[in-house]
Design a protein around this ligand. Structure first.
Ligand code: MG
Length: 375
């Protein structure tokens, strides 16, 4: 089979950098979508693809083992370098050999096949929402707008070992194979992607137009697309036949592994849930604290605080809203009714706090006059 390749990547309209990466090393093609704070995502996707490319050029091991080694490489770097700790990446790869493509996949990037007007997703997303769809808990339409649609349940580099989905896809003249990151599929419907593929006159034009369309639709994430247009015929130089010494890739379809709960999956599921609960709890605490007011002491002065006069693990649960530099806390505390000022005088509203300060001011003034007048 002859392969016309088009590739395009863009950081999109929102992201600072591009954490996606692609590999075009005919007959091997791949996209990777890195994740992890700071430079982590960029490092993960690049390192994974470099590792695969190096191993592929050497031709020592089957593609699935190259992917496993890439997983290990990212995992080990993540453990060695604190600045990229916890990084990971998706990987969707296709090796074109003879009349077939060997497709490998981890994460939520995707491979699609457009054949004779039918557009079909080849890969299965390793995401929380896809699990929920398969379990019948939500519909595919709900998954597309689900708040946790970005939670992935499998990636390269986050565990020492990784399960890799594999499949063999028979290729026909006129097929178009698309590898893409979720920055494309999150922005465009499958119908839109198909229409662009069908209208384009070359693989490169298709790739460019897909990225442009995703950007026009918002471009909220990095966008990467590899388009392979398949045609009958002998591959051109370096296009299909693996270099001498490359063992034949595993041609048998991978056995379907039974789904069993795994530690990484439990963690992948539990961590976001714990975070959601924690965030909700914090939001509740925040709302409560914002509704509380007290009068206390700041820098030796009477002050109005929002929150409650306490701290948790060193974090103040309140902040100064107004400090009255003309009102000495010592003067106020000298008055029996305000002796507890340092501990905070709780009130219900900011207005009540202002009234309390006014009362303190008048009481200090009265006391001063009393002392002054009475000798
Ligand atoms: Mg992405």
């Amino acid at each position: 089979m002859k392969v016309d390749v088009g590739v395009a990547t863009d950081k999109g309209q929102v992201r600072e950098g591009n954490e996606d990466a692609y590999l075009v090393e005919p007959p091997l093609y791949a996209v990777a979508d890195g994740m992890g704070g700071h430079r982590g995502g960029e490092v993960a996707s690049q390192l994974a693809l470099e590792t695969i490319a190096d191993l592929f050029r050497k031709g020592d091991v089957p593609l699935v083992d190259q992917v496993r080694r890439a997983n290990r490489a990212v995992f080990e770097r993540s453990g060695e370098d604190r600045s990229v700790a916890g990084m990971g990446t998706t990987l969707t790869a296709a090796l074109v050999h003879g009349e077939q493509a060997h497709v490998l996949h981890v994460g939520d990037s995707r491979a699609y096949l457009l054949r004779a007007g039918a557009f079909r997703q080849l890969t299965e997303d390793h995401t929380l929402v896809n699990r929920m769809v398969k379990a019948g808990e939500i519909t595919p339409e709900e998954a597309e707008v689900h708040p946790h649609r970005n939670v992935i349940t499998r990636s390269l580099g986050t565990e020492a070992d990784v399960d890799v989905d594999e499949q063999e896809v028979g290729l026909l003249d006129g097929d178009q194979l698309v590898l893409c990151s979720d920055g494309l599929t999150g922005m465009l419907s499958e119908g839109q992607i198909q229409a662009i593929l069908e209208a384009a006159t070359s693989a490169q034009e298709a790739a460019d137009r897909l990225v442009r369309a995703a950007n026009r639709a918002g471009g909220v994430d990095n966008i990467t697309v590899v388009v392979l247009s398949i045609a009958e015929g002998e591959p051109e130089e370096g296009e299909e036949s693996p270099a001498p010494g490359v063992p034949s890739p595993v041609l048998a379809p991978a056995p379907v592994e039974p789904e069993r709960p795994k530690r990484w999956l439990r963690i992948a599921l539990i961590v976001p849930i714990v975070l959601i609960v924690a965030v909700a709890a914090l939001a509740g605490v925040r709302a409560f604290l914002d509704s509380r007011w007290y009068v206390g002491v700041a820098n030796g002065h009477v002050a109005i605080y929002q929150g409650i006069p306490a701290d948790v693990f060193g974090y103040d649960l309140s902040h100064v809203v107004q400090e009255f530099t003309d009102l000495s806390a010592t003067d106020a505390e000298a008055l029996p009714e305000f002796s507890g000022l340092a501990d905070g005088l709780n009130v219900d509203t900011q207005e009540q706090a202002q009234e309390t300060v006014t009362t303190i001011r008048q009481a200090i003034r009265a006391a001063t006059h009393h002392h002054g007048g009475g000798g």
